[in-house]
Design a protein around this ligand. Sequence first.
Ligand code: NAP
Length: 541
Amino acid sequence: MRNQNCDVVIVGAGFSGLYLIHRLRVLGFSLRVFERGGDVGGTWYWNRYPGARCDVESMQYSYSFSEELQQEWNWSERFSAQPEILDYANHVADRFDLRRAVEFNTTVTAAHFDEAAGRWTVTTDKGETISARHCIMATGCISDVQTPDIEGLAAFEGATYHTGNWPHEAVDFAGKRIAVIGTGSSGIQAIPVLAEQAEHLTVFQRTANYSLPARNGAMTEEYARSWKDDYAQLREQQRQSHKGALGEASNVSGLDASETERNSAYEARWAKGGTTLLGSYKDMMVDNRVNDTAAEFVRDKIRAIVRDPGVAEKLAAKGYPIGTKRICVDSGYFETYNRDNVELVDIKATPIQRITANGLSTSAREYELDAIVFATGFDAMTGTLFNIDIQGRAGTRLKDKWEAGPRTYLGLMSEQFPNMFMITGPGSPSVLTNMIVSIEQHVDWVTDCLVHMRDRNLATICPDLAAEDDWVDHVNVVAHTTLFPQAASWYMGANIAGKPRIFMPYIGGAGAYRKICDEVVAEGYKGFDFQPIQDLVAAAE
Ligand code: NAP
């Protein structure tokens, strides 16, 4: 029988949850950990679609908290595929004996703050209620899968899939006519692999996306060694960097370079692969004149790769700056459209009207299908939190408080919700950075805070409203110094009907943000209010 009174409830056993379990256990806190999936791994547990791969380099997309771990684990490719990252999550769970802390296949349905006790009452779908001093949402930023409500979907007689909730068993597409709806990072990774498997693949594209070649390859012993020998220093550089990843960011303005110089810089980075092209100039994401040159370079590459000029033009992203929707990284995506069994449908020109028993109809024609793959994304950053009935002080619902957009202090906490922490919450760099670097920073900050409170007999911590308002303003002001708000992206909530259009992550950079968080602590947790345990006791007497 597990303890129904504990120090901390952790929601989620992905990369955030796993590191939280490790740290909190070492520090002697009692825990309950709930995970809706059947095992550890979070994003990498759910996103098992063919072609799923990380576009942060393997040597950088891994935990830094254990020297032994980072020395002993060997990655087989420059950019790891989903199965290997999931193996890594499992290895970490086993190596640090984390799995036995987790209750799998269990969804947290509600978390209510009990003001008198200064504790959270957490309810699960198994009907259990737990009382915890602290509740930590390690629920991931991109985990609430969105399937569009297309008329007729329920009557489709073929199979349907979502990239973000892919079956555990292999799916056999041989001899099948399949559709992919959606051309974000997931679609762009899945399409080349599905095209090889299926008899015929039709891609339904609403918005063309910029994508850069990964140039993935086998990890060389030499490259792995160059990182392992210097991990202490390189990890520190990652932590202080803008993106939490080292990728040759330039300090030069694109306006100071000639067209020939720019094109040769872009060529070199295109050849190197990954997202590095976006780092060609320091003003790439703040000046449309510079950004336009990179966008046109990529469009020209697409025109050179795709043989049918009409198809190439449909695939060439236009109307928003490159990088302002999450940049995609692919392996043979544009080349796939040169295959005879692949067709591209522009659903802005000919919208999907309905799904039928045998396929899908656009305004132009019907497509007979055996399977539909939805690569249609997620209600990012807030969706998963809103799926839990979170109520803070005086029954304040998080969903109501955030009706006009998420409001947090540092992306770590929200006023009215004492002792509830978010790992990589909205208002922190999170999805704009190497997630593992940001996760480790948040877990370290939160767990240090819990020790600070325990050492001083403090019952609750909550941001004050003025600090939160200032932070929300700051996040917004910084976002608007960049080109990012120019795109209808999920960063802006633009992929979800009715969601407020607010730039949700903090774009000030991982290193700068870390410094702010450290300064807040150094100044006595500036902007946070604490309540001593004796005040709660006195109020109860
Ligand atoms: P996404 O970027 O939101 O892309 C969803 C796609 O579906 C878009 O092309 C969107 O079109 C389309 N779509 C959505 N609703 C539609 C509808 N009703 N009808 C037709 N098309 C519709 O989602 P994602 O590709 O799953 O990626 C989400 C994020 O996960 C990424 O941005 C990235 O941060 C992360 N991710 C990372 C990796 C990696 O590391 N390599 C891989 C996969 C995912 P519009 O653009 O017109 O909205």
